[in-house]
Write a protein that binds this ligand. Structure first.
Ligand code: UD1
Ligand code: BG6
Length: 363
């Protein structure tokens, strides 16, 4: 039932304050005396010791699920100190890439049935790695065949293009990072700040969803364009990839997510006064680097749409000639959850993009 919405995708985007709340329910703990704030992931508590001892964590997934893992990678590396590798399931299989007994492999999948991810799971099991699932579907093949895991509890997702599952996956992986790092005293303040940020997240997402009309206007402006570039880095590299993926699959417009640090090594050649470019420049450790990227794009007369933290318009766009979209401030590693909405909010509401299926269960 789509209720008041025209499409499931739109409904699912607007459900996120609730789906994120359900994802976190019973898993974030505030209170108690010595350990005031912590995370409890029932499905992982008996495996955390092994995960902490692993030589590598390898995230494996396809499409949006891969992008969600990419968004969580920096916080996992920071809080666990364990190297985190990223694998697109089909590419891992094509290469028969090395997977070891000392690895923790994490399979991220909304449906829990994607054929490539499932085959990569079989491959990792054969190679003796610990296999962890992050899935939305209880009883799915990936949930059944992993050694342990976490259900994201985002509720049924019908729109082919994943939306609420993406944000819930990121939240689960941030909670995974918190749980793994739970025994490290030096990062306690950081962890507590992230937990506070997670508690605040549903209301911040609600705030961002109010930008619906503004995003609709922007979508109208871009509707006739051939192409759109999205620049991000750090926590928002994944936002750039995922935003571009959504534009491609739902608006059927060519779009590319670009790691801003790679700008000079090719993409800069594309910049002119016609091509629209979205730059994600929220407040985090990469902010000043993004400011300089904006200046360089501006010097080449780039048509810029800058997404920044509230109050930062003047510092991201000195010339005043960019279109600005502001999001509320949250803890840096949670920022992708807000910035992401700006790339998908409006105008592209199709539940069944041509040529695409919700889950590919065969070759
Ligand atoms: C579980 C219950 C939940 C209950 C809660 C109360 C289920 C599905 N969940 O949630 O209804 O309210 O206890 O304490 O019954 N798993 C995998 N692979 C995956 C995902 C999960 O092996 O991809 C395993 C987990 O290791 C765990 C089980 O499935 O053994 C349930 O996982 P999850 O639902 O995340 O656990 P809880 O949050 O504890
Ligand atoms: C694709 C979907 O077919 O599968 C994407 O169109 C999705 O939206 C991808 O991200 C992976 O699916 P899953 O279920 O493994 O997360």
């Amino acid at each position: 039932n789509k209720g008041k919405y025209e499409h499931y995708m739109q409904k699912e985007i607007h459900e996120q304050p609730e789906s994120l709340t359900t994802t976190m329910r019973g898993r974030l703990i505030r209170g108690g005396s010595c350990k005031s704030k912590s995370v409890l992931l029932g499905g992982l508590k008996d495996h955390l010791k092994i995960i902490r001892r692993s030589r590598r964590i390898v995230f494996i997934g396809c499409g949006t699920s891969y992008n969600a893992a990419l968004a969580a990678r920096p916080i996992l590396e920071e809080l666990s100190g364990i190297p985190v590798a990223m694998e697109i399931a089909s590419d891992l299989l094509d290469r028969q890439g090395p997977i070891y007994r000392e690895d923790t492999t994490v399979f991220v999948s909304q449906s829990g049935e994607t054929a490539d991810t499932l085959r990569a799971l079989e491959y990792a099991l054969e190679n003796g790695a610990l296999c962890v699932g992050i899935t939305n579907t209880v009883g799915s093949a990936i949930a059944r065949n992993t050694h342990c895991g976490v259900h994201i509890n985002a509720g049924c997702e019908i729109g082919v293009a994943s939306t609420k599952a993406y944000t819930s996956q990121i939240v689960v992986m941030a909670m995974l990072a918190l749980a793994i790092g739970d025994d490290t005293i030096s990062s306690q303040a950081r962890r507590e700040a992230i937990i506070d940020g997670l508690f605040d997240l549903p209301s911040k997402v609600k705030e961002v969803l109010k930008l619906d009309q503004e995003m609709n206007d922007l979508a109208k402006l871009l509707i006739a364009e051939q192409s759109l570039l999205v620049f991000g880095r750090g926590y928002n590299y994944a936002t750039a990839l995922e935003g571009a993926l959504k534009v491609k699959e739902v608006a059927l417009m060519h779009s590319e997510g670009i790691l801003a640090g790679e700008m000079k090594h090719g993409p800069l050649a594309l910049v002119d006064e016609n091509l629209p470019i979205v730059v994600v420049a929220t407040r985090d450790a990469c902010f000043s680097k993004q400011q300089s990227v904006i200046q360089q794009l501006h010097a080449r007369k780039g048509r810029l749409i800058v997404m920044c933290t509230k109050g930062d318009a003047a510092s991201v766009c000195v010339s005043g000639s960019c279109r600005i979209i502001e999001v509320p401030q949250v803890e840096d590693c949670l920022q992708p959850l807000l910035a992401y909405h700006l790339t998908v909010l409006r105008g592209h509401n199709v539940d069944q993009p041509r040529n695409l299926a919700k889950s590919y269960t065969s070759k």
